[in-house]
Write a protein that binds this ligand. Structure first.
Ligand SMILES: *Cc1c(COP(=O)(O)O)cnc(C)c1O
Length: 399
């Protein structure tokens, strides 16, 4: 028999669960793209996007996934042959770096591995050694979706300022935006990239690049920027089509409007607190499972864990077997272990991830934990008891 016939739960780190409000907003006939509702709605969305990102800066929207937002951001501030410093704490720092490589940008990479934080001493040494100021930008992944490490973007900017280095700080918030607290202006990020399909609860297809005046100045000094990626017309549109460099992503925009309404009604502080509390419940369950068992969270320091995604390990191949079990028997889809081991290697099957970004509540998270608990039992994977009790205790104590 199977218990998987119900409303399936996609608990992977993006795309995330879509709210009914978003689905309903998208279910409509095609709108006029020259005047009327759509045109008025988009102008009103820009201030709300800024509120989500905590910036007074500018925003350019692209019809793209996160990779497109990565390329868009790089294209505006780094010319071929210029140098970018990459701070990698998992897979996604290398992903952004690879987009830069494709644009002919020179790379300097500080790789801190899959479990360790950014070493600020190493960063300081690197910036001080760059007396000619060849490094034009520093990229940092706010939340690395593979390792579930959350990096201290404010510390990177503060160090850059303390050293007196002019490089832009560019943050990848694709996983974390509207899940983990991010204060673009206060934390000194000059450029930030996001995408629609994670904390913003909209299908994949919209990329966002937020940037401040410092970054705009660096853009102004570029010899050329590809017309399509250029953030100038998109952020200061003369005509409606300038926002999107062509036809607007009509239905995604209606979905995004609904999602922003939900975020604004809840309030960003409350959104972040909800994600933080649900993440703590997940960690409490994982700690309980791990106490007499083999389940291990990837990031030891709770202060450096994402509130949007949790990476965990089991003795191989139990990561894959657990994922298969909960999908087949409980209607729960967990994320694969990404970047922790080579696909195809035996170790690859020792990891999995829980996505908890966006439209999630305590019932969903406790359901996910319950399904994982059942899977551990069904597969005879050694695990500590009362993980659900540990999680419900966190929920009960947090309200
Ligand atoms: C998902 C993600 C990306 C890539 O986004 P795509 O939409 O898959 O191109 C980049 N960075 C981070 C941190 C992500 O979580």
């Amino acid at each position: 028999m199977t218990f998987a016939k119900g409303r399936g739960y996609l608990a992977i780190p993006g795309p995330s669960v879509m709210p009914e409000e978003v689905l309903r907003a998208m279910h409509r006939t095609a709108p006029n793209i020259y005047e009327g509702d759509l045109v008025e709605m988009v102008a009103g969305m820009i201030p709300d996007l800024r509120r989500v990102a905590r910036t007074e800066g500018h925003v350019a929207i692209y019809i793209s996934n996160g990779h497109g937002a990565w390329e868009a951001a790089l294209s505006n501030v780094l010319a071929p042959g210029e140098t970018m410093l990459v701070l990698a704490t998992g897979r996604f720092g290398h992903g952004w770096a690879d987009m830069a490589r494709g644009l002919g940008i020179e790379l300097q990479v500080l790789d801190f591995g899959l479990r360790d934080p950014i070493d600020l001493d190493q960063l300081e040494t690197t910036l001080r050694a760059d007396t000619a100021h060849k490094i034009r930008a520093i990229t940092v992944t706010h939340v690395d979706t593979a390792t579930s490490r959350r990096n201290d973007v404010a510390a990177v900017s503060a160090l850059r300022d303390a050293v007196g280095h002019p490089a832009l700080v560019m943050a990848d918030c694709i996983a974390s935006l509207a899940c983990d607290r991010f204060e673009m202006d206060d934390w000194g990020a000059d450029v930030m990239v996001g995408a629609s399909q994670k904390g913003l609860m909209v299908p994949p297809g919209l990329g966002f690049v937020f940037f401040n005046d410092r970054a705009a100045l660096q853009r102004a000094g570029m010899e050329r920027v590809s017309r399509y990626w250029d953030w100038v017309p998109r952020s200061q549109p003369q005509f409606f089509y300038n926002y999107f460099g062509g036809t607007a992503p009509t239905h995604h925009l209606f979905g995004l409007r609904a999602a922003l309404d939900m975020l604004m009604a809840e309030g960003m502080e409350a959104v972040w607190a909800r994600h933080a509390g649900l993440a703590r419940a997940i960690w409490a369950a994982c700690d309980a499972w791990g106490r007499e068992g083999a389940l291990k969270l990837n990031i030891n320091d709770p202060g450096a864990r994402s509130h949007a995604v949790t990476a965990a390990g089991l003795p191989t191949p139990m990561g894959t077997r657990l994922r298969d079990w909960v999908e087949a028997h409980a209607g729960l889809t967990l994320g694969i272990g990404l970047g922790m081991a080579e696909p195809g290697s035996p170790e690859y099957h020792g990891y999995f991830r829980m996505g908890h970004m966006g439209h999630i509540d305590a019932t969903m998270v406790l359901g996910m934990l319950g399904a994982v608990d059942a899977g551990l039992k069904a597969l005879d994977i050694p695990h500590g008891q009362d993980a659900l009790g540990a999680a419900t205790k966190v929920i009960a104590a947090s309200v």
